[in-house]
Design a protein around this ligand. Structure first.
Ligand code: NVA
Length: 247
C-alpha cells in the first residue's frame, strides 16, 4: 500500500473490538466502511470467510490454519521467473499436510501441475481438499519416492503457528521427512527448492539444501511483496494483468 502511495493500518486483536468479543460481522461492517481493502491473518479459516461475507471491500486471506494463498502467488511467480510455465510440471510437497500444502493443492488445480505429497500418517492434508484435485495429487510414503523426477521440492515447518506446544511430538512424527541432499538428488537436475519461511535448518530441511544452489527462498520471500502488490491492484483497480496465467 505504501509503494502505491496509500496507507496501511496494522490492527492486532488488542487494537480492535474483536479482541473484546465484538462479533466478527459487526467488526467487518465497521472496518470495511473505513478502508479500501482488508487483509486478515488468523487461525480459524471461518474468521476470514465470515469477515468477508460481511465486508463492503475485498478481504484477502493473509493466512489461516487451512490456507495460505498469498504465499502461493509468490511461490508461483518465483517458479515462472526461474523456469517458465509450471503447467504440466511436477511438484513434491514434503512434510506437514498443512495450510501451505492445501494451497499447493489449489495451485495444482488452477495452474495444472501434478503434486506429489509425502506426509506422515496423522498429518495428511484435508481429504475434502484432496478430493477436489482428483488425479493431480498423488501420495507417497517416503520423501525420496515423492521427489523422483520432480521440478520443484517444497516443504514447511513441522509445527505451524499455534502448534508450538506440539513441537516435540512432531519432531518424532516427522523425523523421516527432511528435505536433504538425498531427496534433492532424485529430483530433476534443474529442480528448485522452496520454503515459505521461517525455516528450521536441521528439521524440515538441511542447511545444505536451503542454503544451496537450487534454493530460491529469498526470491520467493521478495515476491511476497510483488505478488501482493499485483493482488491489490487487481482487487482495487480491477485491471491488473495476471501474468502468472500464461497465454
Ligand atoms: N505453515 C506455516 C506457514 C508460515 C508462513 C504456519 O502456518 O505457521
Amino acid at each position: 500500500m505504501a509503494h502505491f502511495g496509500g496507507h496501511a493500518l496494522f490492527l492486532s486483536p488488542r487494537d480492535t473490538q474483536l479482541g473484546r468479543g465484538e462479533p466478527i460481522a459487526d467488526s467487518a461492517k465497521v472496518i470495511s466502511r473505513m478502508v479500501d481493502c482488508v487483509m486478515l491473518r488468523t487461525h480459524e479459516h471461518e474468521t476470514v470467510t465470515h469477515f468477508a461475507a460481511n465486508s463492503r471491500v475485498p478481504v484477502i486471506n493473509g493466512l489461516t490454519d487451512k490456507e495460505h494463498p498469498c504465499q502461493l502467488l509468490a511461490d508461483m511467480q518465483t517458479y515462472f521467473e526461474h523456469r517458465g510455465d509450471i503447467r504440466g510440471r511436477t511438484v513434491a510437497w514434503i512434510g506437514d499436510g498443512n495450510n501451505m500444502c492445501h494451497s499447493y493443492i489449489h495451485a495444482a488445480m488452477v495452474l495444472d501441475f501434478t503434486l506429489h505429497i509425502a506426509a506422515p500418517q496423522g498429518y495428511l492434508p484435508n481429504p475434502e481438499i484432496v478430493a477436489l484435485a482428483g488425479e493431480r495429487v498423488k501420495f507417497f510414503d517416503n520423501t525420496v519416492d515423492a521427489a523422483k523426477n520432480v521440478d520443484l521440492v517444497v516443504t514447511d515447518v513441522w509445527a505451524s503457528m499455534g502448534q508450538e506446544e506440539e513441537q516435540k511430538l512432531r519432531e518424532i512424527a516427522f523425523k523421516d521427512y527432511q528435505v536433504d541432499s538425498r531427496v534433492m538428488a532424485v529430483a530433476k537436475s534443474d529442480a528448485l527448492f522452496m520454503h515459505c519461511l521461517p525455516a528450521h535448518r536441521g528439521e524440515e530441511v538441511s542447511a545444505e539444501v536451503i542454503d544451496g544452489a537450487q534454493s530460491v527462498i529469498f526470491d520467493e520471500a521478495e515476491n511476497r511483496l510483488h505478488a501482493q502488490k499485483a493482488l491489490l491492484e487487481l482487487l482495487l483497480c480491477g485491471n491488473a494483468k495476471i501474468s502468472l496465467l500464461s497465454d
